[in-house]
Ligand binder design. Structure first.
Ligand code: BDR
Ligand code: CA
Length: 323
């Protein structure tokens, strides 16, 4: 909720995607959020598949009226490189979801984002859980929207260790130029990166209970969590599943569940092994580079360094399954 007790207006930009679907299920069910639109971008699977998956998830969740738009089919510069090995051939873990009954908006993602941001009675919180291509195109095409954006809480980047490469997280690695544009948006930004993303894991017993639910949305959450491997350090519970992108939405509802620090962040755009890395400067004082060559301009970002795992798991389960 906002300070005045009204739900926070949010838009999710996603590449649904098993854990993007978990994020959507949470967002439509949390009373503190007003999900105004969902925009789709190529990432985990091709953009047509992302649109199909998103529409189906919203229908199963009982929220078929939320506008959905198709966005960029590939990153700004590079070709698309899907994550089928993680999200299955259909991007949804190949769990046999039906095709959606409706079609997406006539508007493209950038136009829908602009319309909904400007139409919102209060500034919107954007929650990108995907490569940042749509958001970069929006910021470059309609910079006036930034006055109507409260903040951007994005799932992407990593302080410590990558997943797409040793140092780069998938969403940033997929379109590093777009991520660099996001970081200079001139609005408050929170980076919900891999360091916290991988830690929020639902125990196997809760996943089983969700899968046995009579309610379709809760059951879908259980089936999706069953497809999500737990983080490598959660051993002894093979049925546990990470909420992934949904954690970024939890962080909007409950910002106190993460510990953040305002730190300089930049994206490595150089070709080679560091491309797509988010360089987070955690040094307590300037180093020789700054002393000899002067300070470089870098964006300051609220970087999530820690997460209260039990708190977010409880929030997720209470919201999606009402337990
Ligand atoms: C991110 O990449 C995708 O596979 C997930 O949906 C998440 O947004 C994690 O690197
Ligand atoms: Ca995603």
């Amino acid at each position: 909720m906002t300070n005045d007790g009204r739900p926070i207006p949010v838009i999710i930009d996603c590449d649904t995607g098993v854990d993007d679907a978990l994020a959507l299920l949470f967002a439509v069910r949390h009373p503190g959020l007003d999900l105004r639109a969902v925009t789709c971008v190529a990432g985990n699977t091709d953009v047509a598949g992302v649109v199909r998956n998103t529409l189906t998830v919203l229908e199963v969740a009982g929220a078929p009226e939320i506008p959905v738009a198709r966005g960029a089919a590939r990153p700004l510069i590079e070709p698309s490189r899907s994550a089928r090995h993680v999200h299955g051939d259909d991007g949804m873990g190949d769990i046999g979801l039906p095709a959606p009954a409706r079609v997406p908006s006539d508007l493209g993602a950038v136009d829908l984002l602009r319309r909904e941001i400007l139409a919102s009675p209060r500034p919107v919180t954007l929650i990108p859980t995907a490569p940042l291509t749509n958001i970069a195109l929006l910021l470059r095409t309609h910079p006036e929207v930034t006055d109507h954006i409260e903040r951007i809480v994005f799932m992407g980047g990593a302080v410590a260790c990558g997943n797409a490469t040793a140092v780069a997280e998938f969403n940033v690695w997929h379109d590093p130029e777009a991520a660099a544009i996001l970081l200079t948006a001139g609005v408050p930004i929170t980076m919900y990166g891999l360091d916290v993303f991988q830690r929020v894991v639902v125990p196997g017993a809760d996943v089983r209970a969700l899968r046995e639910s009579a309610e379709p949305g809760a059951r879908l959450a259980g089936d999706l969590l069953a497809h999500r491997p737990a983080a490598p350090d959660v051993d002894g519970d093979p049925e546990a599943g990470g909420v992934g992108d949904a954690g970024a939405v939890c962080a909007v509802v409950d910002p106190a569940g993460i510990a953040t620090r305002l730190l300089p962040v930049e994206v490595s755009l150089a070709p080679g092994p560091t491309r797509g890395q988010t360089l987070v400067d955690r040094r307590p004082r300037p180093g020789e580079s700054e002393i000899h060559d002067g300070l470089r301009e870098q964006s300051l970002v609220d970087v999530a360094l820690d997460v209260d795992v039990d708190r977010f798991v409880k929030l997720y389960l209470e919201t999606v399954a009402g337990v």
